[in-house]
Design a protein around this ligand. Structure first.
Ligand SMILES: Cc1cc2nc3c(=O)[nH]c(=O)nc-3n(C[C@H](O)[C@H](O)[C@H](O)COP(=O)(O)OP(=O)(O)OC[C@H]3O[C@@H](n4cnc5c(N)ncnc54)[C@H](O)[C@@H]3O)c2cc1C
Length: 185
């Protein structure tokens, strides 16, 4: 099977989905390939720092996020080896993003996906495990993926490796380094 897209993102974690959302918002046809069958994950941490809140405000997404299960943390205590070090008062020290958020990663991913799927040019494919990149004239022009067990070639103008902390694809693919935050927002 063959498929065409403009930008193919490998990995539907926070990085891949957020980038996919921003690209889709800018009218780019984007396909995110995620090897898992759902957003359920092993524990991956649950606290997003105030700069994330600030970003949500900048993107006018704060109210949409409010609808998803989370807890606002207005201050934090820092401990080291059971010894209290200090306290951070987010409201006082970071008024532009005055709290951190405790949110399950599966809920965060659902939030990002719900936003992204408002755009018809966005597509997320679960159960799509990328196995290799497709090269032409020494350039990455797509990926091969097992989608629901069927080998599929996905051709794209650009492939982005967002496949996690030990990215395998990243070693093979071209990274999207030149996207300017200003354009995307
Ligand atoms: C125990 C733990 C606690 C953490 N606590 C926090 C915290 O409190 N706050 C915080 O902000 N961060 C925390 N983190 C870090 C946070 O989880 C990561 O920064 C974040 O998940 C990175 O997102 P990512 O999208 O870059 O990668 P990932 O979340 O790793 O997502 C990569 C995605 O790519 C998919 N993938 C991989 N290979 C392929 C392939 N070949 N084909 C298709 N898909 C593929 C994976 O299934 C995955 O969904 C924690 C991490 C861990 C492990």
């Amino acid at each position: 099977m063959n498929k065409e897209t403009e930008i193919c993102i490998v990995g539907g974690g926070p990085s891949g989905l957020f980038l996919g959302l921003l690209l889709a918002k800018n009218g780019i046809r984007v396909t995110v390939l995620e090897s898992q069958t759902s957003f359920n994950r092993k524990f991956r941490g649950e606290v997003l720092q105030p700069r994330f809140v600030r970003l949500m405000k900048e993107l006018n997404l704060e109210q949409r996020l409010e609808k998803y299960e989370h807890i606002k943390l207005f201050n934090a205590e820092i401990w080291n080896n059971k010894k209290y070090i200090t306290q951070i008062d987010y409201e006082k020290e970071m008024p532009e993003g005055p709290y951190a958020i405790k949110i399950k990663q599966s809920v965060l991913l659902t939030f990002l996906y719900d936003l992204a799927k408002d755009y018809s040019n966005f597509e997320l494919i679960f159960n799509a495990k990328v196995t290799s990149t497709i090269k032409s004239a020494n350039r990455t022009v797509g990926v091969n993926a097992l989608v629901d067990g069927q080998m599929t070639a996905i051709h794209a103008s650009l492939v982005v490796g967002a496949d996690g902390q030990c990215p395998r694809l990243g070693r093979q693919a071209i990274f999207l380094l030149s996207i300017k935050k200003k354009i995307l927002i």
